[in-house]
Design a protein around this ligand. Structure first.
Ligand SMILES: Cc1ncc(COP(=O)(O)O)c(C=O)c1O
Length: 440
């Protein structure tokens, strides 16, 4: 490498790093609601929502207005230096939405940071080192968050050593095992108890960390009885139960929080981000005041955490979700989406499983007729994802093997848009699997 004291000069051209991998070739000009308008002049129906972020749709007028107004007042009111009104108002608005007793809120910027804040709090509060996570979980890309992630080796390979003190137990992935859900739950809880007997003494365990629906790990709803089994063990052993609601929270699953599908379940720490501010970077953790008080003041912070414009957008997002009844819309439109996908599954043998909750729908592609355990078919999933883009429907893949296509429409999605998305998805499958004739 040549070392020079001179700047590169006017002749140098900079490029985006190849470490960024893009799922589609689309360059966005502008976007509204469920639609992205590309610089190529095409209108794309967006079933990716920036990976589950633009909850109220792209550029909801009330979110835009709130952010614009806040920009003109103050943009960056650094929260370890001065406090600002939007963060106080946001906290007050979150109060009634949070699980009972989780009345103390700390803000950061991204999901990864919030997950790390939750881990830091759990370790400080318990004085214990170990975190138990579940196979296929995704909790972020910063090094500690990646250490907690097992949604694919692509998230942690090549930059070890990872954070120590992370132990993994099986997730009740019934379809993969070829079992019914109850058998998978019994197995996973039994293996967790075995982990406690063999490797992690329960008194050394600070926290369980789990998503209510595995996101990047394959769009697998966590069975309520499994979550309740974790709650029981957490209570017995003084372990903190952290639910990572970064992708499943804020109405996406047809309830305000994903864990609410498990009746009566209350976590000790809730992590939220993504849908919270319709696209502005802000994240939060919530816990009982008594738990937060076990960490010392100043133990968490950050330059940009709880940004004023993002907080104003989050306030508007909460108002829009309430005024437009978007949690219920997510439930009803989610049922429409899953019903449509299940009807398709019969036509295409490569579709092994269709699952989801609310507006989180996963379609798992397998090698048809391979017998035994379903064999993941990442090539088919990638081909379908590409074919949907070709038909102006944006989708993403996920799952450790990359063989699941996920559909994540905005919470404002209409009945007609779901129907259109289903039609485009069906045509994309027909293009890939060679059954286009019957569609006309
Ligand atoms: C469940 C979950 N946790 C954490 C994260 C990390 O969030 P971020 O990408 O904002 O750091 C994600 C991101 O996809 C997620 O889905």
């Amino acid at each position: 490498m040549t070392v020079t004291a001179e700047p590169a000069g006017f002749t140098q051209t900079a490029h985006l790093s190849p470490v960024l991998k893009q799922a589609t070739p689309v360059v966005v000009d502008h976007a509204r609601g469920s639609w992205i308008h590309g610089t190529d002049g095409r209108d794309y129906l967006d079933f990716t929502t920036g990976i589950g972020v633009t909850s109220t749709g792209h550029c909801h007028p009330r979110v835009v207005a709130a952010a614009q107004a806040q920009c003109a007042k103050i943009i960056h009111a650094q929260y370890t230096t001065v406090m600002h009104e939007p963060l106080l108002e946001l906290t007050a608005k979150l109060g009634p939405l949070l699980p009972a007793g989780l009345d103390s809120v700390f803000y950061a910027n991204s999901g990864s940071e919030a997950v790390e804040a939750a881990i830091r709090l759990a370790r400080m509060a318990t004085g214990r080192p170990n975190i138990v996570v579940f196979q296929g979980g995704f909790h972020g890309r910063t090094v500690a968050a990646a250490s907690l992630t097992s949604a694919g080796t692509r998230f942690s390979a090549g930059f070890s050593p990872l954070m120590p003190g992370v132990h993994m137990a099986p997730f009740p992935y019934a379809y993969r095992y070829g079992w019914d859900t109850d058998t998978a739950i019994d197995f996973a809880l039994d293996e967790l108890d075995y982990l406690f007997a063999t490797r992690v003494a329960p008194d050394d365990a600070a926290a369980f960390l789990i998503e209510p629906v595995l996101g990047d790990g394959g769009y697998l709803p966590t069975p309520p009885r499994f979550l309740q089994g974790l709650r029981e063990r957490a209570d017995t052993h003084g372990i903190v139960l952290i639910v990572d609601e970064v992708q499943a929270g804020f109405g996406r699953t047809g309830k305000f929080w994903g864990h609410q599908h498990a009746p009566g379940l209350t976590p000790d720490i809730l992590v939220t981000a993504k849908g919270l501010a319709s696209g502005f970077p802000i994240s939060a953790i919530a816990a009982p005041t008594a738990l937060m008080a076990k960490a010392w003041p100043g133990s968490q912070g950050g330059t940009y955490g709880g940004n004023a414009v993002a907080a104003a957008a989050a306030i508007a997002t909460i108002d829009v979700i309430a005024d437009e009844n978007l949690v219920e819309n997510a439930r009803v439109r989610g049922e429409q989406l899953l019903a449509g996908l299940r009807a398709l599954a019969g036509r295409f043998p490569a579709i092994g499983d269709v699952r989801g909750l609310g507006l989180m729908a996963g379609i798992e592609f397998v090698i048809a007729g391979s017998g035994g355990r379903p064999q993941p078919d990442a090539t088919a999933a990638a081909a379908v994802q590409r074919a949907t883009t070709g038909r102006d429907l944006l989708t993403l893949t996920c799952g450790p093997a990359g063989n699941v296509v996920r559909l994540i429409p905005a919470l404002i999605v209409s009945e007609d848009e779901i129907a259109l998305g289903l039609d485009r998805f069906e045509r994309a499958c027909a293009e890939v699997f060679g059954d286009g004739d019957t569609l006309g």
